[in-house]
Design a binder for this molecule. Structure first.
Ligand code: GDG
Length: 465
């Protein structure tokens, strides 16, 4: 059997729990198959001291990491990945900083990754590259003679063609995708944007369904919506820490309905919009005052990117004003935490909540929506209020779908969720759980790897860069 090699910006020890969607999913995949996981160590070292390769065996998985210099980190990670690709791919052209130096650093780090990874590869390895930090990695590997199968999965959305075309060098970026044997997206909408872009901007021809020809090469692309490990998450819900958290929350909120939000503090997650909708709910429905509490966990993220500081201040000011205006001596409407909560405690919190607010302005998928459904008590389940702009909305049609830009509409959706009769809650939950089970993380992983395995071998002799 071929060995699986996973490459992503950050590498996490699969024996420990992680807080990011991608890390959680990849740890899961690799602990099942074994293999090699390659990426950045998370360390920044002085110029000239970044040649070392660190390796470590973590159960069945070998971890291999490299360090970055400050200049590389600033240009590749903060600059191009999180200052250009993240905002534009989340439809925020206004937040993008198209500094010309960033792309050079992005390309440089992808070249370094390719050069350091190549000697570790075996001829029959299958490579799976993850996310926007590493789009040109296959092209760099191919330029060095790598012949192995390489797949790419984009965890974040792909924007519509004209928005993608706003990125200086966008054609280079998309051309780089054609060095992969398979490109996977989270949703049909993202796949549609890819097809739209390559057909209009690159004059690509669809050669068969899901396969395009351009730049002298063909590429297979498909939608592979990521899922969670439902059994593992439910076991976490029943485990002592999950059960204890559930009981504590149930006791504390016995007279009130609990609403919950769990997000990285990121402008794509729509947190200020969510707070405005919650304020609208309290203002328009006096019966919710003193009877509904929103716990919002906003785990710290990318604090060295300036747009993240702005969102932090906006959110803090909104939470403060809601509590100031509506709070009473024995009740605060919002409990806001700018901290990371231990993973073992999340399922209990989800299960004790009547409503989850998952209202991103744009999101590749959103795993919190799926975790919330998995953690519910089937006899008395809570309701998921879900943004139609989360990739998850394509699959989770029985959630209470809302438009987060519409404050009144979202507040009305939250109100309906709070008042939803038991039978309707059960019916919706049952349908959602069934989909969640069918399209879980194993389905995602197996589906992608099988498609990669059968993706047609490519002609040699293409010039990559
Ligand atoms: C990217 C895409 C896509 C959050 N706060 C805490 C915590 N979390 C965990 C959640 C969940 C994960 O982090 C977040 O996953 P999401 O999917 O919601 O979002 P991103 O991090 O933006 O992930 C996303 C995903 O990749 C996978 O493809 O779905 O669209 O943006 O698992 O539970 N975990 C702990 N403490 C926290 O405070 N322990």
């Amino acid at each position: 059997m071929s060995r699986l090699v996973v490459i992503s910006n950050r590498v996490a020890d699969p024996r420990k729990t992680a807080a990011g969607g991608l890390a959680v999913a990849l740890a899961e995949v690799l602990s099942n198959t074994g293999g090699l996981w390659f990426g950045w160590s998370g360390k920044i070292v002085p110029e000239g001291a970044n040649e070392a390769l660190h390796t470590q065996q973590a159960g069945p998985v070998k971890l291999a990491t490299v360090d970055l210099t400050q200049a590389d980190h600033d240009a590749y990670y903060l600059g191009y990945s999180n200052g250009v690709l993240w905002p534009v791919f989340h439809y925020r052209l206004d937040l993008a900083d198209f500094d010309a130096g960033y792309i050079a650093g992005y390309r440089r780090v992808n070249q370094q990754f390719a050069r350091k990874l190549l000697p570790l590869l075996r001829p029959d390895d299958i490579l799976w590259v993850h996310d926007y930090h590493l789009i040109p990695l296959a092209a760099e590997l191919r330029a060095l003679g790598c012949k192995q199968r390489i797949g790419f999965f984009l965890h974040i959305p792909l924007p519509p063609p004209l928005m993608l075309a706003a990125i200086p060098g966008h054609d280079w970026l998309v051309r780089a995708l054609f060095a992969y044997d398979l490109v996977g997206f989270q949703s049909k909408a993202d796949l549609g944007h890819f097809a739209g872009y390559v057909e209009t901007e690159a004059h690509a021809q669809p050669v068969e369904p899901g396969r395009w020809r351009a730049f002298g090469r063909t590429v297979q692309a498909g939608a592979f919506p990521i899922g969670i490990d439902v059994d593992e998450f439910q076991a976490l819900t029943r485990a002592p820490e999950g059960a204890e958290m559930y009981q504590r929350m149930k006791n504390e909120y016995s007279r009130r309905k609990l609403l919950v939000g769990v997000d990285r503090l990121d402008y794509s997650k729509g947190l200020p919009h969510r707070m405005r909708a919650f304020r609208e709910l309290l203002a328009k429905n006096p019966e919710t005052r003193n009877s509904a509490t929103l716990i919002q966990i906003a785990s710290p993220s990318r604090e060295d990117v300036s747009a993240y500081n702005d969102i932090l201040h906006e959110l803090e000011s909104l939470c403060g004003s809601i509590n100031g205006n509506f709070g009473e001596l024995d009740w605060m409407p919002v409990r806001y935490m700018h901290r990371t909560v231990a993973r073992a405690r999340l399922p209990g919190l989800y299960r004790a909540s009547r409503v989850a607010l998952v209202t991103p302005l744009r999101d590749g998928m959103n795993l919190v929506a799926k975790e919330f459904i998995a953690a519910q008590d089937e006899a008395d389940p809570g309701v998921l209020v879900l943004s139609r702009f989360a990739g998850a909305a394509e699959q989770m049609r029985e959630a209470m779908l809302v438009n987060p830009y519409d404050t009144e509409g979202t507040a009305a959706g939250i109100m309906m969720a709070l008042q939803m009769p038991l039978e309707e809650r059960r019916n919706r939950h049952q349908a959602l759980l069934q989909t969640l089970r069918r399209y879980d993380v194993h389905w995602w992983c197996d589906g992608f790897l099988q498609a990669l395995d059968s993706a047609q071998a490519e002609e040699a002799g293409t010039s990559w860069l």
